[in-house]
Design a protein around this ligand. Structure first.
Ligand code: GDP
Length: 300
């Protein structure tokens, strides 16, 4: 996993290095050089606040042998860790009430279906009884794909027909989950951002149904974000955070993208818990993350 993490973030750290090329070796960090460093950090998707703090830390530092790449990457890693540490929170499964209901939202293509399978697998490994609800009833493919995953990892799934009523399925899920002693119910939802009003209405309906069954539900509303979309991932947080009541984030596709810095920008700007990161398409490729390690992997 360690290798996967560092391998996954390599393009991100390489890009950071490329953006900073030309700045190494400078003896005097004058305002113009500091500006250039700050620009390079922003261009690496780390977000303006983190870039500004790194600039402030560098100001006043003396580099008698010239600005050293190692020293700079060390400072970058330390500052990134400070941003990530408060948001890196594994998903908590409460002892009561059961089943704990987790709604998973995100735009189509973000990796939502795969993430649900990975999350279910992760929880299974922790000995939780998990059940899925195929609530993305607008896409026959999404229903089919989730069923394939459920089969593969061996978890029960509640699904209906394409175009069916998602809230009805959720109702059925909670009912059966309670009867069968399920600990965690993971609910897929539609991700058609082009019909935002419809999407939000549907989420509201699911919430109403859940609330009637259990006032604490949904316990979590997880937003799945595709890191490869860079700054676009940030605007999705903006769109969903209020309207959908997002409680936490999962960022996917952090393997092999040069835009991994967006994880830092998201943490910095929104301070929302990041429960896990996706580093591949396999069922084992979702893990809670260690902020120190991820900071090192990004800084390179
Ligand atoms: P959905 O439309 O949001 O449900 O997205 P899917 O779960 O179907 O994923 C879309 C594509 O992204 C699929 O080809 C997945 O295999 C891929 N994918 C999902 N998560 C990851 C990840 O963490 N890393 C990589 N490299 N690919 C991923």
């Amino acid at each position: 996993w360690h290798e996967k993490l560092f391998g996954g973030f390599r393009k991100t750290s390489d890009r950071l290095g490329e953006n900073l090329t030309g700045l190494f070796g400078k003896a005097a960090l004058d305002e113009a050089t500091l500006d250039e460093i700050e620009e390079a950090l922003i261009a690496s998707d780390l977000g303006p606040a983190t870039a500004g703090r790194i600039r402030a830390r560098l100001k006043g530092e003396m580099f008698d042998k010239g600005l050293d790449e190692r020293a700079l990457r060390e400072i970058v890693a330390q500052e990134i860790e400070k941003v990530l540490a408060p948001v890196a929170k594994p998903l908590e499964i409460e002892a009561f009430p059961r089943p704990q209901v987790i709604l998973v939202i995100g735009v189509n293509g973000s990796g939502k279906t795969t993430t649900i399978a990975k999350l279910a697998h992760l929880l299974q490994e922790q000995d939780y009884a998990v059940m899925l609800v195929a609530g993305d009833t607008f896409r026959a493919a999404a229903i089919g794909q989730l069923k394939v995953w459920a089969d593969r990892i061996g978890v029960p799934i509640i699904s209906g027909k394409e175009g069916g009523d998602a809230a009805g399925l959720v109702f059925e899920g909670v009912k059966q989950g309670t009867e069968k002693g399920i600990d965690v119910l993971i609910v897929d939802t539609a991700g058609r951002l082009q019909n935002k009003a419809g999407l939000m209405d549907e989420l509201a309906k699911i919430r109403r149904v859940l609330g009637r069954l259990n006032p604490a539900a949904p316990h979590d509303v997880l937003l799945v974000l595709d890191a490869t979309t860079g700054q676009n991932a940030l605007s999705q947080i903006e769109i969903f955070k209020e309207t959908a009541g997002v409680t936490g984030l999962i960022m996917t596709k952090l393997d092999g993208t040069a835009r991994g810095g967006v994880l830092v920008a998201a943490a910095e700007r929104y301070g929302m818990p990041v429960h896990a990161i996706g580093l591949g398409e396999g069922v084992d490729d979702l893990k809670p993350f260690d902020p120190a390690e991820v900071a090192r992997a990004i800084a390179g």
